[in-house]
Design a protein. Structure first.
Length: 457
């Protein structure tokens, strides 16, 4: 049977389509001269002078942001941080066999990390706010997403750095990969004596740094950047061996650690899914569930309230663990009460809430009534002031201005505050003592007040 081939026109259309797509993804378009890119990254490796001061100030800003739980402040600190320079320098140096640049990048990164942790430790030792906020706690343990963000963020950073027109991609990578907050959290761990926070945060920084360097190395090799040439071939081979060994010593452990992070993330997700789907009962309620992956054996610890689960039910739940990919996992329960009636518990909680709300409402009603009385008294006083002024003018023709109001008077000896009626009168010419006393006595009778304060002008 004869085979048919696609018409030449159709074949050429498919070929043109793939060529079009290939051109769209061509990294050579808009590419900066390779030596210029190498020089650009090499310059940003150094940490001295202004770069070092900028790092210190950025660490202070990031530490304050973590301390007060302000995401905006943390983002601002990551924008001004110069930490990306030596990390990309390590990847570039490994890609072009530049051992001098590799040593310089490692040395400067070490200085930057030391200064950053020292600065954040100093801040968290002095700050009065010692509680770990949610922004800080989020940097104490890496997840699989942190690995992926560092890898793809690093790829975006080196591609942007190799362009003629520099974009804002590198600051964006610094924000996305979050290099600053883990170092600040490590400083918090040292300042508070919490070594678990220090190790977890530094581990996160290490993973981010390695995968940014790895992505830089991959792009440099993919784009065939020129390798450093040596006149001495023996020295060239020795340098290549050093770089290969250092690269493998850095990448292999980090890949293994990243694999462990992926396994832990999957286990945590499956464990939560198991608790949500399987541990359900009308008469039993899950209060809390905690997941312990790093403590062998892996354990799911569930606190229950209500009717206690029987040994048979617990055995059935343990038997379902492998179906969720939770092999070598232990399921333990903390059960309270002997058949606690959940409906009764809910009624008690609602009753307690009702009584508390009733007390709050009563207190607010009393405050509202007091304020209403004060407002009413002030309104009556203003109305009375106009009436008394008109009557006072008849009795005292020389009276030019008059007002009356209520004021608070503090007795400093008795430490008592009382309300006093105050009258202000302006005469022209100045009244005699007798006329002033006559006005004061008349105001007392008119307002039915025991005492008043008369101010004459």
């Amino acid at each position: 049977m004869a085979t048919t081939t696609p018409p030449p026109r159709k074949r050429s259309s498919i070929l043109r389509f793939f060529v079009y797509i290939a051109n769209r993804f061509d990294l050579e378009e808009g590419k900066e001269d390779e030596l210029e890119t190498i020089e650009y990254i090499s310059k940003n490796v150094e940490f001295r002078g202004a770069n070092l001061w900028i790092l210190i100030f950025a660490i202070f800003v990031a530490s304050i942001g973590l301390n007060v739980n302000s995401t905006a402040v943390i983002i601002g600190a990551m924008l001004i941080s110069p930490l990306m320079g030596p990390i990309m320098g390590i990847g570039m140096a490994a890609g072009i066999n530049d051992f001098d640049l590799l040593k310089r990048s490692f040395r400067n990164l070490g200085v930057a990390v030391f200064i950053a942790i020292l600065t954040s430790t100093l801040y968290f030792s002095l700050t009065p706010i010692s509680v770990a906020q949610s922004e800080l706690l989020a940097r104490t343990e890496p997840t699989v997403w942190d690995v992926l963000i560092a890898l793809f963020g690093g790829l975006a950073g080196i591609v942007a750095g190799s362009r003629k027109e520099k974009s804002n991609a590198i600051p964006g990578v610094a924000i996305a990969t979050a290099l600053m907050p883990p170092l600040c959290t490590a400083g918090y761990g040292l300042a508070t004596g919490n070594l678990l926070y220090f190790v977890g945060a530094f581990y996160l920084f290490f993973i981010n740094s390695v995968f940014i360097s790895l992505s830089t190395y991959l792009i440099v090799r993919f784009m065939k950047y020129p390798k450093k040439q040596f006149l001495d071939t023996k020295r060239e081979k020795r340098v290549q061996t050093y770089i290969t060994v250092i690269t493998l010593m850095t990448i292999i452990p980090s890949v293994y650690l990243a694999y462990g992070i992926v396994k832990k993330s999957i286990w945590n997700e499956q464990a939560r899914r198991f608790v949500n789907l399987e541990i359900q009962s009308p008469n039993t309620q899950v209060l809390t569930a905690s997941y312990h992956y790093n403590i062998p054996p892996k354990t799911i610890e569930v606190s229950l309230i209500g009717e206690q689960l029987s040994e048979e039910e617990i055995a059935q739940l343990n038997a379902k663990l492998p179906g969720f990919g939770l092999e070598e996992t232990s399921l333990t329960f903390l059960q309270s009460g002997n058949g606690t009636d959940l409906n009764l518990l809910r009624n008690d909680i609602l009753k307690d809430l009702y009584e508390r709300n009733e007390t709050l409402i009563r207190d607010k009603d009393e405050k509202i009534a007091l304020l209403e009385n004060e407002i009413l008294a002030d309104a009556n006083t203003r109305k009375l002031s106009v009436e008394i002024a008109e009557e006072a003018k008849i009795n005292h023709p020389n009276l030019k201005k008059f007002t009356i109001g209520r004021s608070l008077m503090t007795d400093l000896d008795k430490k008592k505050v009382d309300t006093l009626l105050v009258a202000y009168a302006q005469f022209s010419p100045e009244p005699s003592k007798a006329e002033s006393k006559r006005l004061s006595d008349w105001i007392k009778i008119r307002t039915k007040a025991d005492t008043i304060a008369l101010i004459l002008h």
